[in-house]
Ligand binder design. Sequence first.
Ligand SMILES: [Zn+2]
Length: 276
Amino acid sequence: MNCRILGVAFAEPIGARCWQCTKTLSRRAVRADLSRKAGEVKLHLLGDPYYGGRGTLWGAKAVIDRATDILGLVDVQPTFMPGGELAVADGDAVVPAINRLLRLFDHAFATQDWHPAGHSSFASAHPGRKPYDTIEMSYGRQVLWPDHALQGSDNAALHPALDMTKVEVIVRKGFDPAIDSYSTFFENDHRTATGLDGWLRQRGFRRVFLAGLATDFCVAWSAEDAVRLGYEVTVIEDACRGIGIDLGNGRTTLDEARDRLSGLGVRMVKSETLTA
Ligand SMILES: [Zn+2]
């Protein structure tokens, strides 16, 4: 993708990067305009068929709008952490990172993977198959997982150290035995809605910030759906951890997820670039 800057205005050029091509912008590429709010600016992009014109360039700090921004906590459950059934390496490190982030937001939602025993996403439900195999289901390709997130189990609860004060809704997903649900908006058929979109819309949220587990599955699929539903989406990478299944071509599911997200215009940022 070739983004070319025609004109740009912002107050804090240091460390700014184009959110489309993620290229760091030199000072010469910008024209300061101190009338704009620091941290959020506009630029023109050329050569991008999806957006075709105008995007937002983030300065050194992006300012959280406490009224219309919401932080989504994706599957922060011990089942996905070291010692859990489907452990993501270093997965428990997201808990303190998320608790710090929550200070910037007035609103949050959480998702909870919530499977009945014998769920069709479990390798154990498919004789001869093993975890991390891929099979074709009626709704598309499905990775098979170890049994995890069993309804009512201690490891399927939201992590006990997670600050729940600002969590206004909890969306459970994956409870239909016949279909998995990575995204917090749609089950894996991409059609069956969880209801979260309606809730966010009725509450007036416009920008969705995501953190949690795992970057390359439930976080990535949630981000993709959120973009398609019209939200501005930011993934806070240091408050996420990924699985990174080897795809056999020198790349992992994490590489693929990052490519898909940046192609859709999802911002991938670090916590330190956000401010209240
Ligand atoms: Zn699951």
